[in-house]
Design a protein around this ligand. Sequence first.
Ligand code: URA
Ligand code: URA
Length: 239
Amino acid sequence: MNRDQQRARRAAVQSLNRLAQAGVTHLGRPTTDALLEAESPLEPAAEEPVTAGADCLEIVQADVAACQQCAELASTRTQTVFGVGNPQARLCFLGEAPGADEDRQGEPFVGRAGKLLTRIIEACTLTREDVYILNVLKCRPPGNRNPLPDEVRKCRGFLNRQLELIQPEFICCLGAVAAQTLLETDLPIGKLRGDFHEYEGVRVMCTYHPAYLLRNPSAKRIVWEDMKRLMLELDIELS
Ligand code: URA
Ligand code: URA
């Protein structure tokens, strides 16, 4: 698909999602006289369910909230952390997993690393409401340990459904776990960052995680280089 086709597809998917969210489960075929004449002698087509069973973010969110696939995570979490922002965003920021603050508040990137991410987004002349922010894992790993491969595997379907519904043009992976999970690679973040990758037709920039920047402030300069590259492709002018 070219860019225009991708835009048209996104717009159509978004329209159908809005209809589905409004409770529409069937779309009839057009039955204007002109169309019937044009198609004569065809009989008017029967109503076809085109949005029946259509997914929407609210359904994915409810499925996430009810998930018990990882016994340890389900029994230690305060709540699941789904995602936040503009469901029609052109740009998604993908993190690793909720920490203690996110587990308490139910929103991704609200702790110290999250406040730094907010400042990075604002330096790009955007707000948290312009973009969509989500994580690979929807539950906090106890003690902030790294997600286990099995947990990542079990949570992957939720991430895929979120991205299919949002249909972003760009995904910015924050840190190695997000980058390696999305791109299904073992390459280190230092090798993945700085250039665009491709995931299901979406352009992917990888950069260092804001928590890493809190420990290594000198890497902020590199992240800013990655953001400048990303904003250039988004056609967002930085002052
Ligand atoms: N501008 C927006 O409004 N949203 C994005 O996600 C990116 C740029
Ligand atoms: N780190 C992440 O990767 N995600 C969050 O939501 C918070 C911290």
